[in-house]
Unconditional design. Sequence first.
Length: 61
Amino acid sequence: MSDAHTGLKKPFPVFQGASWQRCRVHQTRNILSIVRFASPEMVASVIRTICAQLNEKRVKA
């Protein structure tokens, strides 16, 4: 798990079964940088709620 720096993402295919995941903090910052100034708290709250789910089924619900 890291930011989206190319040098950090590149080695993962070398390790069998490994995958890269975007850091939740960096992803949230990127999302909040494009939302309207009036709604970042609501968007951040939704992101926290999604990330708190225990499984994919709950995330989709």
